[in-house]
Design a protein around this ligand. Structure first.
Ligand code: ADP
Ligand code: ZN
Ligand code: ZN
Length: 733
């Protein structure tokens, strides 16, 4: 009996062998149900006719059932899965499972159609009578469901063997899924094609040349905010489709960019499939199936859409490539942008990475020639970038003698816009009402019972909430430690800013966009639509308001507290602050009216804030690259974060000590070990956590060490969930 090799979605690296009964037809990429101990699991076939060398044949169990007739994962996606498994140290079965929608539809060839010889036999007088009857039934309806002919299955098998009929997949007409943009009819404001500016033409020309070469290549499209990158993407996709190859575009978050889905819909109609996490399982399944069956050849989606079942895409676009939401923060911890590149390399496709604020690593790759650098240095129609002004809040306090989160300058400018019927965006990158609650008597701050982090006060909810595990508790009147009634609510969040602005400008129509108000389907799109339609004068929000929005009446952007992110225990804190401020500043003055930006800060000297205010990427890049070089951070090294966690503080410490001694012994040139140290959030979701940061000069060296860690964990019998390996980490909580 032949054997096949199967990947199972369990936390073990190895594959498993099963025997294949005669009645089951398999090919790689087909899902199967297999026995595993007392359980039944769904796995993916990696290889048929595999050689289970060294395994006692009698111990090999048979496949129980094949779920699909056709592969749900193409050879291309199976190769990508293998790559991810090796690179990110995740079991292959877990990777493959996460590449499919949860309810990936079963691919059954459940229809019978006639082949050319079958057609010929219809008119052949020597064809047997009962066979002819069946052939006629199939011909009459241009194909028939296999189920319908079940009573004649013997005969059908015979006809199949003879090559008179074949099985194919039925394309049931299903209701087309409306695009996310349908929630926001105004988002389709811009259906017509723009005549390209000279800058756009030059860039597009270079991209088309690259695509015409038919070779893999990466382009960094570095264009300032409002330079018209979207039109370049759309034209490049048109070019790709004209060459009969499908196209894929990734965006950070679709609900925040409903206008993009509208543009795709207007330009490519029902060729577009949209894939993102805000959809119901059924919708995702529907869209996935459209792509899998070739009915959609343009995919717009978030991170996991990089696994869309397109057949050899010719173009892969990653919009806002610097956005950190491209990194998946749970297993498999892959980076969507980097996987887009790996996939394109395999398919011989062109990649466009687009941003006004490219990641340092990306810009470095362009500087060193690995990527082709294309730049758009000006906004379309000679619109100027917004004027910016920094307000030093220390000085403000000295001059006014009172603590206020709204400076006189910002207040004045908001007032002016309200009078002129223009719109304001106010960034406050922290949600909630107050960041923490402090007891003035004993100094205790109210923490989450599951995490070592202060609870955030949400006034309207009204609860204290943990932003990491979701724990909620009633708002206390007395200190839980000393029963004092002197509780301080400290550190304002977006909810409080909204309230304060409303108090200050009672006639203004004010809305808020953050994770609290955007919870619930279509909420973010509705808030953005209201703002776009000028039903709101001021929109207050977290980083959500900084994403790609193109709203022409916005002439003022205010940043309440520019330094919030700078204190994060993350070597990218400066980069993220620079990106956020530059992106939000880029929302002002995108129409006929010029824009202005006011940045309030307690740290006006910081280079991230100064270069963002100057909207000067080159200045930030030069400074930041120097820092990365001195500190041996990417792009001058590759990193992995190895986290040890356990619900028992003692076990966490013990395991960390053992791994630490193992890692000490691995020291060699090109390798730097930092830690162990308590993780920045020492206790998270009831687990106590320590981590090691490993820096290496090359990925190979890093991979060797991580392999040794994994082997060590196995031989030392660490609990399977005790060690997390995060390759190319983007967050360090
Ligand atoms: P970016 O993504 O680079 O920030 P967008 O693609 O959102 O910029 O374009 C900014 C604005 O310019 C949009 O309103 C878009 O419709 C408009 N636009 C783009 N290209 C052109 C063009 N060639 N002529 C006129 N307007 C354009
Ligand atoms: Zn107290
Ligand atoms: Zn918590």
């Amino acid at each position: 009996m032949p054997y096949c090799e199967v990947a199972l979605a369990i936390p073990l690296e190895q594959h498993f062998f099963y025997s294949v009964p005669d009645s089951i037809q398999l090919k790689p990429g087909v899902r199967v149900i297999v026995p595993f101990g007392p359980r039944k699991l769904i796995g993916v076939v990696l290889r048929c006719n595999a050689d289970p060398a060294g395994i006692e044949p009698s111990s090999i169990k048979p496949i129980q059932q094949a779920l699909d007739d056709d592969a749900v994962l193409s050879p291309e996606l199976l190769r990508l899965g293998r790559w991810i498994s090796d690179y990110y140290f995740v079991p292959e079965g877990e990777v493959l499972a996460s590449m499919l929608p949860r309810n990936a539809p079963v691919l059954k060839r459940d229809r019978i159609v006639l082949t050319a010889t079958g057609e010929a036999s219809l008119n052949n007088p020597s064809t047997d009578g009962s066979e002819l009857a069946v052939l006629r039934r199939i011909a009459k309806r241009n194909g028939i469901r296999r189920e319908t002919l079940r009573p004649h299955s013997k005969l059908v098998q015979k006809l199949h063997r003879r090559g008179w009929i074949r099985y194919e997949q039925s394309l049931e007409a299903r209701a087309a899924i409306e695009l996310a943009a349908a929630d926001d009819p105004t988002a389709i404001e811009a259906t017509d094609r723009h005549d390209l500016t000279t800058g756009q033409s030059a860039v597009l020309c270079a991209i088309e040349r690259k695509m015409d070469s038919g070779q893999f290549g990466v382009v960094l499209l570095h264009g300032v905010t409002g330079s018209g990158k979207t039109e370049v993407y759309l034209r490049a996709i048109e070019h790709c489709l004209a060459k009969n190859r499908p196209a894929l575009m990734l965006v950070p978050e679709i609900s925040l960019t409903p206008a993009m889905a509208g543009l795709f819909d207007a330009r490519f109609g029902n060729r577009v499939a949209v894939l993102h996490s805000g959809m119901s399982d059924n919708e995702r399944e529907e869209q996935w199936h459209r792509v899998r069956t070739g009915r959609s050849d343009v995919v717009l989606g978030t991170r996991s859409a990089v696994f869309a079942p397109l057949n050899r895409p010719g173009l892969v676009i990653v919009d806002e490539e610097h956005d950190w939401s491209y990194k998946q923060e749970e297993a498999p911890r892959y980076h969507g942008r980097d996987m887009a590149i790996v996939r394109a390399r395999d398919a011989g496709a062109t990649v466009i990475l687009g941003s006004a604020t490219p990641a340092i690593e990306t810009r470095h790759n362009a500087e060193t020639g690995r990527y082709q650098l294309l730049e758009l240095e000006h906004r379309v129609q000679e619109r100027p970038l917004a004027q910016t002004e920094i307000v030093d809040m220390r000085q403000e306090f000295v001059e006014t003698g009172k603590k206020s989160f709204l400076s006189r300058r910002l207040e004045e400018e908001i007032e002016k816009r309200l009078q002129q019927h223009e719109q304001n965006l106010i960034l406050m990158n922290r949600r909630g009402y107050s960041a923490f609650v402090l007891c003035r008597t004993c100094g205790h701050s109210i923490e989450c019972p599951n995490c070592s982090i202060a609870l955030t006060h949400h006034k309207r909810f009204p609860r204290l909430l943990c932003h990491y595990c979701g724990h909620a508790r009633a708002i206390p009147k007395f200190c839980p430690e000393c029963a004092s009634e002197h509780l301080y609510f400290m550190g304002e969040g977006s909810e409080q800013i909204e309230e304060a602005l409303q108090r200050r400008f009672p006639a203004a129509r004010i809305g808020r966009l953050d994770r609290d108000t955007a919870a619930g389907r279509g909420r973010a799109a509705a808030i953005l639509a209201a703002f776009r339609n000028h039903e709101l004068d001021i929109l207050v929000g977290t980083q959500m308001i900084a994403k790609g929005h193109d709203i022409h009446r916005v002439t003022l952007v205010g940043v309440i507290s520019a330094d919030i992110g700078l204190a994060r225990p993350d070597f990218r804190a400066a980069e993220r602050t620079f990106q956020l401020l530059t992106q939000v500043a880029g929302r002002a003055g995108r129409g006929d009216l010029p824009g202005e930006v006011i940045i309030q800060t307690y740290y006006p000297e910081h280079y991230a804030i100064r270069s963002a205010a100057a909207q000067d990427y080159a200045m930030f890049y030069a400074k930041e690259l120097g820092f990365r070089q001195v500190m041996h951070y990417p792009p001058f090294s590759v990193l992995a974060n190895v986290i040890i966690k356990s619900p028992s503080a003692e076990n966490a410490l013990k395991i960390t000590g053992r791994l630490g001694r193992h890692l000490e012994a691995q020291q060699k040139p090109g390798l730097k070990l930092l830690g162990p140290a308590a993780a920045p959030i020492h206790k998270l979701k009831k687990d106590y956590r320590y981590h090691f940061l490993i820096k290496a000069s090359r990925h190979r060296i890093l991979a060797d060490v991580l392999h040794s860690c994994r082997d060590f964990a196995r031989t030392e019998n660490f609990p399977p969930t005790a060690m997390i390996i995060d390759v190319d980490p983007q967050s360090f909580t």
